[in-house]
Design a binder for this molecule. Structure first.
Ligand code: SAM
Length: 293
């Protein structure tokens, strides 16, 4: 298993800073909870990808490596899986995980999947669980990933549907944007919702060289913030979201007011209003994409 010292030649410096300095350590710390929410979507995408024994797989934006080791188990010792990611902290966790699973067919590389030379015609399957929505130039990125596929290969990934279908992520962000008067970014700006419009998603895949594109909806109901005060959950979401800087700059008194206000807005999602730490049930929806050149 190898990890380069830096992503080198990144076309996504802002994202690289974000996933190294901000989100990476938070993701590693919150890994178990995140896995509960993203796991079912990853399993659904893996079922579509159907990695077979002996195949070579690229896991794009592999993060802490949970899907990378699942792919390794599917391809077996005769196959191989390369996990690429921008975040050193997340890759370090991924390496730990692969070592614990004794998966010698797994390698990791710190690289920007939009521009890195991944080896033309190297993979049977390009896979990603929520790792392809952060490219500055999505068409260039999909073209690069397409070049890495062998003839007859497929790319299967899962990405989020619109914010309105994902209140678990959008409710706090929307409330915080209102409170801090944040500008709404363009709909396709790098971020969790960059590929949420299926027409746009279809168009960028085709512009990137994929002529067969299948997009299927997958929905889940997520249990969030179980066993913790809703205000604490709101705090975590604010630290991960677009209002992070405004929230951190606000100072402790204002921060508490914001948390209380946003926690109240989440009352409709609470499952037991009597218990202070009972959690919320919130909808989540993603697209599962199967694309072929
Ligand atoms: C939402 S996280 C998903 C992580 C992991 N796939 C999972 O499901 O737990 C997005 C991941 O994509 C990575 N990423 C973002 N832009 C990337 C790029 N241009 N090249 C490689 N990885 C990237 C981030 O560092 C992060 O680990």
């Amino acid at each position: 298993m190898t990890t380069n010292a830096s992503a080198g030649g990144s076309a996504n410096e802002e994202q690289e800073r974000f996933w190294n300095d901000v989100a990476g350590p938070l993701w590693v710390a919150a890994e178990e909870e995140t896995e509960l929410h993203t796991g079912p979507f990853g399993e659904a995408a893996l079922a579509v990808a159907a990695p077979g024994a002996g195949e070579t797989v690229l896991d794009v934006g592999c993060g802490c490596g949970s899907t990378t080791v699942a792919l390794a188990a599917a391809v077996g010792p005769g196959g191989s899986v390369l996990g690429v990611d921008l975040s050193a902290a997340m890759l370090a966790r991924a390496q730990e995980r692969a070592a614990a699973c004794e998966a010698p067919q797994v390698r990791f590389r710190r690289a920007d999947a939009q521009v890195a030379d991944l080896g033309p015609g190297s993979f049977d399957l390009v896979f990603s669980r929520f790792g392809v929505m952060f490219f500055a130039d999505t068409v260039e990125a999909f073209a690069n990933l397409g070049r890495a596929l062998r003839p007859g290969g497929r790319m299967v990934f899962v990405c989020w549907q619109a914010p309105s279908a994902n209140p678990w992520m959008a409710a706090v962000n929307r409330g915080a944007a209102r409170i801090f008067s944040l500008e709404t970014p363009p709909h396709d700006a790098p971020g969790p919702f960059a590929l949420c419009d299926p027409d746009h998603l279809d168009a960028v895949l085709r512009a990137g060289g994929f002529s067969s594109v299948g997009i299927t909806a997958h929905e889940e109901r997520l249990h969030m913030g179980l066993g913790q005060p809703v205000e604490d959950w709101v705090h975590q979401r604010l630290l991960m979201g677009p209002a992070r800087s405004a929230y951190l700059d606000a100072g402790p008194v204002r921060q508490r007011e914001v948390r209380v206000a946003l926690a109240q807005e989440l009352d409709p999602y609470r499952v037991d209003m009597g218990a202070p730490a009972s959690g919320m049930v919130m909808d989540a929806a993603a697209w599962i994409v199967d694309a072929r050149p």
